[in-house]
Ligand binder design. Sequence first.
Ligand code: NI
Length: 138
Amino acid sequence: MPKIVRFSVSLEDDLLEQFDGYCRAGQFATRSEAIRQLLRERLTVQAWEADCRDAAGTLTLVYDHHRPQLREHLTRLQHDNTDLVISTMHAHLTHDLCLEVIVLRGPASRLKKIASQLRGLKGILKGELVMASAEERG
Ligand code: NI
């Protein structure tokens, strides 16, 4: 059985308030229990992302299509990575806004990289990558 170690954490009062709300909503017995679970989840995801060779994912982007060059950059990045990009769905949300969902498959590290590149383009208002293992035993 591992030894229990105590440590103190400093954080802003409003963040602590939000965290306590999270603990209540999740019905955690103590803050420590909630923190343990969050840490385990995050560390598991991080370890998985580091070495998953065959991952699949979606990258959802919301952007203003009037932004100069943005469409061109989005298209170029996807054409530069045709081995990763399986499909793209585009929806015109409003007069200005577009939603694009890009389906990706490949090594997790490369999916994260192209997602960062796409998300980082000027004019992207929201970008979220969701990944899953595409291996038999993920
Ligand atoms: Ni559009």
